[in-house]
Design a binder for this molecule. Structure first.
Ligand code: DON
Length: 306
């Protein structure tokens, strides 16, 4: 019997509704999230979006912004200039560690905080003002989503109160001449980028845009060149789920990125973009139920790349 996609997604959520994991609390505003929220959306190549659960709930994008800002930096500055400043190797450390190459001071990859602070600083060039860079990032991520995104000012303010570690990371890369601008301005911009509000439909469309070689399936806009998407998806595959990247790639088998507010994206080239949301996180900082939902979707629909 054929089950409509929305019903199937609802069924998957029902079967993945455990209560493992903890809501992130190092950003005070995130600790207030309802831990029981659960949502999933799929966007397929023709732009059709299917969704189930708390699909209308918006949350901050957090680290899921990192692959998209990496894409903007690559499109803006070119692959060589970006590779000069940020590597592409998994760090084997937590997302907020000081994972710098010993000889060069280059952050190991753009999916950890120190690398993402650096790629944020690359957008718009060294002379770009804080405000212009923030607007370029907001507009760029909006083009990936196919609608105008905005910043959750409460999440932004809350994270700035506890941003000491990111400030330390920005000062470190600046001391190595990896970023040119003021460390405080750069971290403010990076934290604003992380506070952009999305729902799972937005995430599914953003992921599908990467999976569709940079062309947004809703608007038809070519947001970034195809070669940029190849680079971004490759780094997502090896570094997107932090120290759980190996488990993820063997079990789910698609390029992905998680965020500390509980979102996950998965992007299967040419086929589907997935967005999930559930705030409780596992010990790697990835959404516990989101990982289960993606694993189930991958098994049921044969999404594993290998
Ligand atoms: O910089 C931070 O710590 C947060 N704005 C983002 C971290 C994050 O989402 C880690 N991902 N699971």
């Amino acid at each position: 019997m054929k089950v409509p996609v929305d019903d199937y997604l609802q069924q998957v959520l029902g079967e993945c509704a455990g209560d493992e994991g903890e809501v992130a609390d190092y950003i005070p505003e995130l600790a207030a999230a309802d831990p029981d929220r659960l949502a999933v959306a799929l966007c397929v190549a023709d732009g059709t979006v299917y969704a189930a659960g708390d699909a209308d709930v918006r949350f901050s994008i957090q680290s899921i912004s990192k692959p998209f800002v990496y894409a903007l930096a690559l499109a803006d500055r070119g692959q060589e200039a970006v590779l000069d400043r940020v590597g592409v190797e998994p760090s084997g450390d937590a997302f907020n560690e000081i994972s710098l190459e010993e000889d060069t001071g280059r952050p190991r990859n753009p999916m950890i905080n120190v690398g993402a602070i650096t790629t944020h600083a690359l957008v718009g060039g060294d002379e770009c003002s804080e405000q212009d860079r923030c607007e370029q990032v907001r507009a760029g991520l909006s083009a990936f989503a196919g609608r105008e995104l905005s910043v959750d000012e409460a999440v932004f303010a809350s994270e700035m109160e506890t941003a000491d570690r990111n400030l330390a990371l920005a000062h470190l890369v600046r001391s190595h001449d990896i970023i040119a601008g003021n460390a405080h301005e750069t971290v403010r911009g990076y934290v604003r980028q992380c506070a952009l509000l999305v729902d799972v439909r937005d995430l599914a469309v953003m992921a599908m845009t990467l999976a569709a070689a940079g062309r947004n399936p809703l608007t038809g806009e070519q947001v970034v060149p195809e070669a940029v998407c190849r680079q971004v998806l490759s780094v997502m595959a090896t570094c997107g789920m932090y120290d759980a990247a190996g488990d993820w790639l063997t079990n789910v088998g698609i390029p992905a990125k998680s965020g500390v507010a509980g979102g996950i994206i998965g992007a299967l080239p040419g086929q589907v973009g997935i967005g999930t949301f559930s705030p409780r996180l596992d010990r790697f900082g990835n959404s516990a139920r989101g990982v289960n939902v993606c694993e189930r979707l991958s098994n049921d629909m044969g999404l594993h790349l290998m």
